[in-house]
Design a protein around this ligand. Structure first.
Ligand SMILES: [Zn+2]
Length: 396
């Protein structure tokens, strides 16, 4: 296996550079569409925009119903021109963590090499990079035996409740999954922690705090006793974090609390740790008399482990990056993505191929425009070309 030659990589980059103005304008358009996960009306505007762009680039596009709570998901396909032997899947999401009027306060702004705006880093730039990379590859040569699929989902930021099936279905036929989520300090993400979400609820008995508090059974007290047990499940040495991130309970100062609950975030690096924490949480028992304790929840995103095949995939990206004089590294991160689903199915998955910048989910979110939209777009294009010329399993 040899990566695309230096002249080929330079041809791809020239194509990307020629279309840089278009890419920047597309990014402005997309960022200036507010796309909260739970606002189907607002978000479908962005899906319509993307649908038009994909069709203009020759894709066959479908929208997939997300059940009303979210805008439809989008699937764009560029079929192989001859007998298909290889399927490359690019995974993206258009929803952001920001509310529906965020862009009126903070519209897209472009100043020198820096651009800002809600969701620009996580991960609207990654969608534009995907479109431009596909355009560059297909302008260079038709893909005879490779089908390209781009998925744009609308509920990733809330755990992908309606897109997970679609993602897993597409991934099941994919030879490689490329995720254009943002990079981590410019590094690709070759492993991600698994993510679990739990709610621990106590149900006691209310009573007047002045007249007969002894008749009450405090749910707040029960939860307070449970928290140190939950916290004790942390094991930083093996990368396991268990965080009580939310607490809510009681009804008034002068009432013994009938109800109280905590929401718990769990991150693990191995399936064994996922299981250990899961079992420990489900085994929590009420300590107070006449109090019941309920634990709901489980794994939202399984661990994305760095496998032998991930290492091969990363090595291919590295060789292409070298041809572009683009520094590249890889890292493990604690945040989950839809790449966790595809990796858990055993599909070779490389994540973090999107924007170079920072401040995901934060007000100072930004991207490096040229490095993201030119260098990393060219890298993605090179990787698509490379994987279509030499499928991963043949390169082993
Ligand atoms: Zn994201």
């Amino acid at each position: 296996m040899t990566p695309p030659s230096i002249p080929t990589m330079h041809a791809l980059r020239r194509h990307v550079e020629r279309n840089h103005e278009r890419a920047t304008q597309r990014l402005r358009h997309l960022v200036d569409h507010d796309t909260p996960s739970f606002d189907p009306d607002a978000t479908s505007g962005a899906i319509t925009l993307l649908l038009e762009w994909c069709e203009a680039q020759g894709a066959t596009v479908d929208t997939i119903d997300a059940g009303g709570a979210h805008a439809d998901h989008l699937r764009a396909r560029w079929p192989a021109t001859h007998e298909p032997r290889n399927h490359l899947l690019i995974l993206t999401h258009v929803d952001t963590v920001w509310p529906g009027d965020e862009t009126t306060r903070r519209p897209f702004q472009h100043d020198g090499d820096r651009a800002t705006g809600p969701g620009i880093f996580d991960m609207k730039t990654g969608i534009i990079q995907s479109l431009e990379a596909i355009d560059a590859v297909l302008a260079l040569q038709p893909l005879e035996h490779t089908t390209l699929t781009l998925l744009v989902t609308t509920d990733e930021e809330v755990g992908s409740p309606t897109s997970r099936d679609l993602i897993e279905r597409e991934a099941s036929t994919a030879d490689v999954v490329l995720v254009t989520e943002p990079s981590s300090d410019a590094a690709l993400k070759s492993s991600r922690k698994g993510v679990g979400m739990y709610r621990v609820s106590a149900h006691g008995r209310s009573a007047h705090a002045g007249l007969e508090p002894q008749a009450g059974r405090s749910a707040i007290l029960e939860i307070a006793r449970q928290i140190p047990l939950i916290d004790a499940l942390n094991d930083y040495a093996v990368g396991t974090t268990v965080t009580v991130g939310m607490i809510a309970g009681g009804s008034a100062r002068n009432v013994v609390a009938e109800r109280c609950h905590v929401d718990v975030d769990v991150r693990t690096m191995t399936p064994e740790e996922t299981r250990r924490v899961h079992e420990a949480l489900l085994n929590l028992r009420a300590m107070g008399e006449d109090v019941t304790l309920d634990v709901e929840g489980g794994t939202n995103r399984p661990v994305m482990e760095r496998t032998e095949v991930t290492a091969q995939l990363y090595a291919r990206a590295q060789a292409i990056a070298d041809h572009l004089d683009e520094p590249l590294s890889e890292t493990a991160v604690g945040g989950g993505s839809d790449g966790n689903f595809t990796a858990a199915l055993g599909r070779p998955t490389l994540d973090g191929l999107g924007a170079v910048g920072g401040g995901a989910h934060a007000l100072h979110e930004w991207i490096d425009v040229r490095r993201s939209l030119i260098q990393r777009t060219s890298l993605l294009a090179g990787l698509l070309l490379d994987l279509s010329a030499t499928p991963l399993q043949e390169s082993a």
